[in-house]
Structure formats: structure tokens, C-alpha cells
Design a protein around this ligand. Structure first.
Ligand code: MLT
Length: 385
């Protein structure tokens, strides 16, 4: 059996590796607390579950779903984007439901990247931007996200030669893993850059609804002209505690949506209709559940901030997302500190360098664990130092 050359360049998925480490430690009898993956521990709101249960009993929903998603779900997406961001979208041409935003993100490269093409990838960034590029035969070109730039890429540092060969720029704000936020002014710069160099902008907005202190994250598509050059990925995972359901969507540029849809319809057969009905219930139902989760995360953010301050670790208080991006103590690398915490405290955090070389020197702590477990994890880390 001979594997393709491409597989040699594909690292194992970060969180699959973390899961393996957790399983090994648990097998040793250690009570591991994972602050690794961002995976809400609270249940999906009841009205969404009830809709799924009802729709799962309807045999009409047991057949193949529509390849482009149910029209009612696409309309619910359009209404959500209008209400939330003021966007005007055509539900037939500018909207595509996804089997989770990760699926759409991984597939978009196949529609736009030829072997040897460059993709501008944030560093650190969600690992799928990098790996999706490699799977398509493209070459990731890192855009460093540095503390001194508020974790925004410096577009003036991208040489013309690179920009000319780039097909896609990926960005995502509120940002995973750094939790940084971006202004409309920054998005305007991105639109200008993309128009100048004829690049598709893919904005990952998976954390737009999880924000604190009155901050309301915008959509990239709010910028005039953004739809000419860009698409935006959205996920129901973090907003409605639906990571396991695999449901998201992408909106924006019609030609880009069509191209991604052509890849997808040849590869997958869409989302179970009952889950799409549940998606409608999520987007159209009351949004108090989202507000409640933001309050929960804000409370945990305060717990983490207090503990990190006590430990003397540097970090920025996040205005959004379910992550805290913190510097490791001097003398440690990201990997050595993550390994140390696992060994001495039985606590898992994500090492920053796993998100790209500029993530070196950081760890990511997730807020998606119950308060008592988070408290215990923070105490254990503190005691281990
Ligand atoms: C994360 O922790 O970054 C995400 O939840 C992981 C994922 O979406 O695969």
C-alpha cells in the first residue's frame, strides 16, 4: 500500500492528538481536566432539541436532503444575517448550509487553489486553514498575528510577489486562538487589498455571538464592497452549544458560493433535514440562550483572569470567544509548558505553537468547562508552579 505524497505533509488534527493524550492519562487513572478544545459543556437549548426530536419522527426527513440545503433554512440564515448584521443576501445564490463550518472551510480550497498557489493564512490560526491549503496542493504563506499589532495581520508586510500568487486570504475575528477582535476599519483594509490583488477573502466568524462587555462583533460583509471579494463562514456550534450536530453556513460572494457548492454537492449529500429544522429553530427562536451563555463565559473569563494574574502570567482580557490566550512563564516553550501542566496538574491546555510558529510562547485556555472543574484546574495549575 502506498500513501499519496500529500498525506506526508498533513499533520494529525490538533484536537485528535490532544484527545489521545487525554485518553492515555485517563488510562493511568489520572483525573484529567481538559481546557483544550472549545466544546461547550452546557446542553443545546431545549427548544432546538425538541425541534430535532419532532422532525426526526417525520419520514419525509429521512430521505436525502436538498444538496443546497432546505430553502426554509437558507431563508432563516438570510433573516438572521439581516437582523444581526444588516446584510441583504439572496437565499438562492449567496447562502450555502454546511456540515459545520469546518467542512466548508476545508472544501473551499479545492474550489480556488491550484497546486503551487499561495494562500495567506493567519499565524497562529485555526489549523484547518493551513491543512486545507496543503490538501489542495497550495502553499500556506503565514501572516503573523503579533501582540504588538493586536493580533491583526500587517497587510503592508505582504510582498507584491506573494500577493500576486495568492488565491485566498483567511482571516477570523473574533479570533481563534488569540481572542483578538477586528474593527470595520481593518476589514476595509482587507477589502482594498483583496480587490487590488484579486484574492478571495474567507472570513471565519464562528465566534460572532459570544462577546462580552457590550461588544457586538461585526460581519466582514458589512464593509461596502466586501461581497465582491469575500465570503463569511458561520457556525451554530458555539452560539447554540451545537458542536456535535455539525451545522453551519457560508454567505457572501455568489461566484464563490457556487464554486464551493459545486465541490460540496459532488462530495457530500447535505445536512440531515431534521437538523436543518433544528437550525431554523436556533436562528429564529429566542436568543436569550445565547445571552445566558455569554454571561456564563464572562464569569469563567473572570475566574481565569484572576488565576492568571495570581500566577503572574500575561494575557489580554478577551472581548469575545471562549478562549484566553496567555503567555507561558519564562523558561518554558508552549509545548514544554503544556506538557508540564499535564504532567504536574493533570490539566490539558492547547500549546500556542500548534496554531503556527507565531503562537510559540503562548497557551490557549478554553472557557467551555463547568465552573467547578475550571476552578479545580486553575488551582491545580497554580499549585504546580
Ligand atoms: C477549537 O477548539 O478551536 C474548536 O472548537 C475545534 C474545532 O472546531 O475543531
Amino acid at each position: 500500500m502506498q500513501q499519496a505524497k500529500r498525506i506526508k505533509n498533513i499533520p494529525p488534527y490538533l484536537f485528535a492528538e490532544i484527545d489521545k493524550k487525554i485518553a492515555l492519562k485517563k488510562a493511568e487513572g489520572i483525573d484529567v481536566i481538559s481546557l483544550g478544545i472549545g466544546d461547550p459543556v452546557e446542553p443545546t437549548p431545549q427548544h432546538i432539541i425538541d425541534t430535532l426530536c419532532k422532525q426526526a419522527n417525520n419520514p419525509e426527513n429521512h430521505r436525502y436532503p436538498s444538496y443546497f440545503g432546505m430553502p426554509e433554512f437558507r431563508k432563516a440564515i438570510v433573516n438572521f444575517c439581516k437582523k444581526r448584521f444588516g446584510l441583504i443576501l439572496d437565499s438562492d445564490k449567496e447562502v450555502l448550509p454546511l456540515i459545520g463550518s469546518k467542512e466548508g472551510i476545508a472544501h473551499v480550497f479545492l474550489a480556488f487553489v491550484d497546486p503551487g498557489d499561495i494562500v495567506l493564512v493567519p499565524d497562529p490560526g485555526y489549523p484547518v486553514y493551513n491543512v486545507g491549503t496543503i490538501i489542495a496542493g497550495g502553499k500556506p504563506h503565514y501572516m503573523p498575528l503579533l501582540f504588538e499589532n493586536n493580533f491583526l495581520p500587517d497587510l503592508t508586510k505582504i510582498e507584491d510577489e506573494i500577493a500576486k500568487r495568492a488565491k485566498i486570504m483567511f482571516i477570523g475575528y473574533p479570533n481563534n486562538p488569540t481572542s483578538a477582535i477586528a474593527s470595520i476599519e481593518f476589514f476595509k483594509e482587507v477589502v482594498f487589498f483583496a480587490k487590488k490583488h484579486d484574492i478571495l477573502v474567507c472570513h471565519d466568524n464562528a465566534y460572532s455571538e459570544i462577546a462580552f462587555d457590550g461588544y457586538v462583533p461585526p460581519s466582514f460583509l458589512e464593509v461596502p464592497g466586501a461581497k465582491d471579494v469575500g465570503i463569511e463562514f458561520q457556525s451554530l456550534s458555539k452560539t447554540y452549544n451545537m458542536t456535535g450536530w455539525r451545522i453551519g453556513f457560508v454567505v457572501g460572494n455568489e461566484a464563490a458560493i457556487e464554486a464551493l457548492g459545486r465541490i460540496k454537492t459532488n462530495v457530500d449529500s447535505g445536512i440531515f433535514n431534521a437538523i436543518q429544522h433544528a437550525g431554523i429553530a436556533a436562528l429564529e427562536g429566542h436568543q436569550d440562550c445565547v445571552k445566558e451563555m455569554c454571561d456564563v463565559y464572562a464569569r469563567r473569563r473572570a475566574m481565569v483572569a484572576k488565576a492568571l494574574n495570581k500566577m503572574g502570567l500575561e494575557f489580554m482580557i478577551p472581548k469575545a470567544t471562549i478562549y484566553v490566550w496567555a503567555k507561558v512563564p519564562s523558561g518554558h516553550t508552549s509545548a514544554s509548558f503544556a506538557a508540564y501542566i499535564l504532567e504536574k496538574a493533570g490539566v490539558v491546555v492547547s500549546p500556542g505553537n500548534a496554531y503556527g510558529p507565531s503562537g510559540e510562547g503562548y497557551i490557549r485556555i478554553t472557557l467551555s468547562v463547568k465552573d467547578d472543574r475550571l476552578r479545580e484546574a486553575l488551582k491545580r495549575i497554580e499549585n504546580s508552579l
